[in-house]
Design a protein around this ligand. Structure first.
Ligand SMILES: O=C(O)CCC(=O)C(=O)O
Length: 285
């Protein structure tokens, strides 16, 4: 475990293979389809114009594969599903979180990437730009639900790019390769420093909130590059995160879940205010 923490601090990321069993991953994939169907049934039917004559189909009529075409990512799946909620503090993750972050750890968000063949990746960015902590403890946990390869759009990272402790400026993405999420620029690293993080299904990538990372389009002929992503931080830090303007940035965001240790701010209570949402179209953030 000591070596693990050293690797994490040096490189800004570590990969732990085979953290989750095949059967757990199967269960998560089945639940993904169920959630997409449930969420889809609440969208306007015109969102789903699936054939050439553009006659609207209702979600119930679509095959699983057709259905998933309409989802790039679901945000906050832990608020939509007890199974995804139970993943946040699963023993398999908590043992590593306590080592990498500290004894007291809270979680504030989850995302479920579906990313079917042909779907875009996400431009270079640092997660603390979006979710600022006060002690730079933000940690992304990227759980592979499929083997993630260069071809199907695995994560890419710039090892060590977290060391400067600087958040670089952002702009709209400059390539069709990426979805609409902002792109970092003006950082002192060259593209040659980027390395792909190819992992097998069930493996987990832990990465630092200041690490520059990205992913490319899924270029495989078919199939998905699904991943469940959680974000955690030290419970000692306040969380000035407005989640896209959903709550005042001046407030300590208490829409959190403790996953291990003690919450020094327990007296503040917690709240359930951030709304889950879906990213359905290729270039919407
Ligand atoms: O999985 C991806 O394609 C991007 C994930 C990512 O960049 C993130 O979770 O911050």
């Amino acid at each position: 475990m000591k070596a693990l923490r050293e690797d994490y601090l040096n490189n800004g990321f570590v990969v732990i293979p085979s953290v989750f069993t095949e059967s757990k991953i199967d269960e998560l994939i089945l639940e993904t389809v169920r959630l997409c169907r449930e969420q889809g049934s609440q969208l306007p039917k015109t969102h789903l114009l699936t054939n050439e004559t553009h006659s609207p189909k209702i979600y119930e009529e679509l095959s699983d594969d057709e259905l998933l075409t309409h989802f790039l990512a679901l945000h906050f799946p832990h608020k939509m599903s007890p199974l995804f909620r139970s993943m946040l503090d699963s023993a398999e993750l908590v043992q590593y979180l306590a080592e990498l972050i500290g004894p007291n750890v809270k979680c504030m968000q989850s995302m479920l990437f579906v990313k079917k063949s042909g779907k875009p990746g996400q431009a270079w960015h640092q997660d603390e730009h979006f979710i600022p902590t006060r002690d730079r403890s933000l940690t992304g946990v990227w759980i592979a639900l499929d083997d993630a390869t260069i071809e199907n759009g695995c994560l890419w990272v710039i090892p060590g790019s977290h060391h400067a402790g600087v958040l670089y400026p952002v702009r709209p993405p400059t390539s069709e390769e990426y979805d609409g999420a902002p792109e970092s620029f003006d950082y002192p690293h060259s593209p040659d420093e980027a390395v792909p993080v190819e992992v097998t299904r069930g493996s987990v990538v832990f990465f630092h909130g200041y690490l520059l990372h990205s992913s490319l389009k899924n270029r495989a002929e078919e199939g998905y590059r699904r991943a469940l992503v959680h974000h955690y931080m030290s419970a000692e830090s306040l969380l000035p995160w407005d989640c896209g303007g959903q709550i005042p940035v001046t407030r300590d965001n208490r829409d959190i879940m403790m996953v291990c240790g003690k919450d020094p701010y327990e007296w503040k209570g917690t709240e359930d205010v951030l709304k889950p949402y879906i990213r359905g179209e290729a270039r919407s953030a």
